[in-house]
Design a protein around this ligand. Structure first.
Ligand code: AMP
Length: 380
């Protein structure tokens, strides 16, 4: 089923081709027509399923049809749990809104940075991507008004609840007009998420995208006990010693991703980091080089790695563990394939040991552990 059957405008179809989106992902096939028809939606889907474009495209199309809203009155609100996701979702809005004949101003707001520039920039914004706390601050200072909001999206609703945003979310719901379209995305359906569904959604289109965890038995998993200061040398030893040619390395921060990639390059291993601080162009270049085998190692954070649509990777290395067992499974799930099982390696410091046990318990599988203390890492 091509994109052209989903009811999107010629401008958006052209932009999709320019972005290299040839076929809609399953969630997009179902969500786009439903949203364009004004339906509420419940999407049970992980990041990586293509859920962002599944709401960005129809929201942009609907926003075009509407008369321009009063200044500082947004027409669509996307609530997200983290700053990284806010930036990422807004990037997708920005890419596709550029393709429209009448540009629609979109913006991401989040805490942890100065509020003043955000207050100024909110002028003329029609679609806002926000973390809950900062949004409330901006509403209180009258930098933005929610009373004309026609569409509300909750992205990663489960994560928002886990991070304790329930109270803020309820405050925001109370500020929105009663009549509106609600779209809710969540990786899981907990009781808390269900409670929100019951309050927000009316006869929603329900879409469930299955997780790719079936292949977990096909993945050879290994863990190495290692002291923090020997992690870098051990990583380079493993890559060189085992002749790994296409390796995706995960770190938990942007900063660490850069450090690890720099050190690999200093040691003659072609590597690049991709994360939210890099331009879209730089990310795409790194990704293309990695795919075509010109780059041996790609170092990524979870958020960015979800955008890597490589169906099979021979090696995944967790330089740092993810916080959630789900993310661990998502990371390593890229390596398993029936005809050639991949390998997932985790570097485990003494501080990580307890957390790694929890991950293994949740996964229902125990990982073979190797102590690296006797490895001679001299020269790596
Ligand atoms: P998401 O689940 O929204 O984070 O999307 C995951 C990744 O898939 C992003 O990098 C998107 O750019 C990419 N993507 C989404 N839809 C498509 C599509 N139909 N074709 C190719 N790539 C896509």
């Amino acid at each position: 089923m091509p994109f052209s059957t989903l009811g999107l405008s010629a401008h958006l179809l052209k932009a999709l081709t320019a972005q290299g989106y040839t076929q809609p992902y399953p969630i997009q096939q179902q969500a786009i027509p439903g949203i364009l028809n004004g339906k509420d939606l419940l999407g049970i889907a992980q990041t990586g399923s293509g859920k962002t474009a599944s709401f960005v495209l129809p929201i942009l199309q609907l926003a075009q049809k509407q008369a321009a809203s009063k200044n500082r009155h947004i027409s669509a609100l996307v609530l997200v749990p983290t700053r990284e996701l806010a930036i990422q979702v807004n990037e997708v809005f920005a890419i596709f809104s550029m393709a429209l004949p009448e540009k629609i101003k979109t913006m991401a707001v989040y805490g942890g940075v100065s509020i003043n520039p955000q207050m100024i920039n909110l002028q003329g914004v029609e679609i806002l991507v926000a973390t809950p706390g900062r949004l409330l601050e901006l509403v209180e200072s009258k930098a933005v008004h929610l009373s004309d909001t026609k569409i509300l999206v909750l992205d990663e609703a489960d994560k928002m609840l886990n991070l304790g945003f329930k109270e803020e979310m309820n405050k925001i719901f109370a500020l929105l007009p009663k009549k509106r379209q609600n779209l809710l995305f969540s990786a899981t359906l907990s009781d808390d998420v269900n409670n929100i569904n019951a309050v927000l959604l009316k006869e929603p289109v329900i879409i469930k995208i299955e997780e790719e965890t079936d292949n977990i038995d096909l993945i050879s998993q290994l863990g190495y006990f290692v002291e923090e200061e020997r992690k870098g040398p051990l990583l380079r030893y493993l890559i060189k010693h085992n002749g790994m040619q296409q390796v995706l390395v995960f770190t938990s921060s942007v900063f660490k991703a850069d450090v690890v990639a720099d050190k690999l390059r200093i040691n003659d291993i072609k590597a690049s980091a991709i994360h939210s601080k890099k331009s879209q162009g730089a990310r795409e270049e790194a990704l293309n080089k990695f795919k075509s085998g010109k780059l041996r190692v790609l170092v990524a954070t979870d958020l960015m790695a979800r955008g890597i649509d490589i169906k099979f990777l021979p090696h995944v290395i967790n330089y740092e563990l993810p916080r959630s067992p789900k993310d661990y499974i998502h990371r390593i799930g890229r390596t398993g394939r029936a005809e050639s099982p991949g390998e997932a390696i985790s570097l485990i410091t003494p501080e990580d040991q307890h957390h790694f046990k929890i991950i293994q318990k949740k996964m229902g599988k125990w990982v073979t552990m190797i102590d690296s203390k006797d490895f001679d890492l001299q020269g790596y």
